[in-house]
Design a protein around this ligand. Sequence first.
Ligand code: NAP
Ligand code: HSE
Length: 431
Amino acid sequence: MSEPARIGVVGMGTVGSGVVRVLQQSADHIERQAGRPIVVEHATVSDLTKPRSVELPRDRLGTELAAIADNPAISIAAMLVGGLEPARTMTIELLRKGKNVVTANKALLAEHGPELFAVAQATGRSVSFEAAIAGGIPIVAAIAECLAANRIESIRGILNGTSNFILTRMEEDGSNYADVLAVAQAEGYAEADPTMDVDGTDATQKLALLAHLAFGVWVPWATIPRVGLETIDQELLRFADELGYRIRVVADASREDGKLAMRVGPTLVRKGTPLAETRGAFNAVSVVGDAVGPLFFHGLGAGELPTASAVVADIIDTVVGRAAITFRTTGMLEADTPAASLTGGSSSRYLLRLHVTDRPGVLADLTNVLGSEGISIASVIQHQTAAGTAAVPLVIMTHSCEATAIARAVATLDQQPAVQAATSCLPVLDD
Ligand code: NAP
Ligand code: HSE
């Protein structure tokens, strides 16, 4: 029998436990895929007293990274600790000690990717991160390998399972935001700090990594326009439904006039389109390549086993030598590629929801603001309310306009005396 490949697992939370479970449960199948057995030589956690959902011999579980980094029998480390530190320092230590690294930590890569890839290059090791983007969907392999012949025109997707889970439960059964977030946490979908899920940070970090793969430019994630879920309420979901749309947090990157148009945020997606039908913790990614045309990927974007599926695939790729080739050829090593020139997002139609004083002349004042920015109105909804109601919801659907024009218009609308609360502004996707 071939000598086993011995791996270290750093972090045995949701993802780490899933990786050990898959390696144990599918050992025979994985051995056939990798050409030799893959065994967990050692795993580390921060708290040895916590109960674990998978069994490892007591002498294979510890708290010291050195038990993996300094073990010459271990060639691959699955780095499954979240956050920036100590994850960054640990990853550098593992690479310097000659381990190939497989990680699911997109925050770490989006923040410190160039530094980590440079250390890997200097030490002749690879960093693989299929699990860091869209969970179980093999989007990294698709873009880096299968679509290598294509110039990618655009990437659009739902990249955060937790926010999609929350939105679809609010939409389908009127669930309360805080209650559904608690369920997403219990299911293991959410980050340790779920703020990163609901404020759009996590999806934006994934989009930045995808843009590096697809467009060959390193976009600092914090420069990408980003809006979170906090702006969405039941009233907006009802208006969207009435107009024939769902609301999804969509991450969008496309080439436009030599620039990259990128944004992340709640978006109206037409009912019946694939993004509108992406529910629960599912993610979706649509990619347009110049040769292949449009492609659509759909699958679970978070959770123990879908994420472990991607991590274990990377481990197998590392064992058979594919990861080293992909890592050298993806362009991820070109950390000094010029930052992309960003626009504030591509042109589109927009839905505006305002809360306004119900008195004569208000609608004319508001439409004048839009007209002065050259924004044309497609439809307006104002439902009749009881006389004397202080503020009434008013929904305006625009024709297509530039992101910068609608941003200026919203800023002006919010200064109008009749506008009682911050205006919600959501792009609209019809295809
Ligand atoms: P998690 O459940 O919080 O697990 C984190 C693990 O890291 C825990 O086992 C923790 O130990 C361990 N840990 C923390 N500090 C450590 C240290 N200094 N040394 C050794 N172990 C340490 O997180 P997760 O959900 O598995 O996520 C892990 C990574 O995968 C994150 O970067 C996340 O963004 C990413 N990710 C998660 C999912 C998902 O669906 N959950 C999907 C894709 C990507 P204790 O158990 O003792 O506390
Ligand atoms: N918290 C992330 C999500 C995990 O909900 O999508 C997967 O990256």
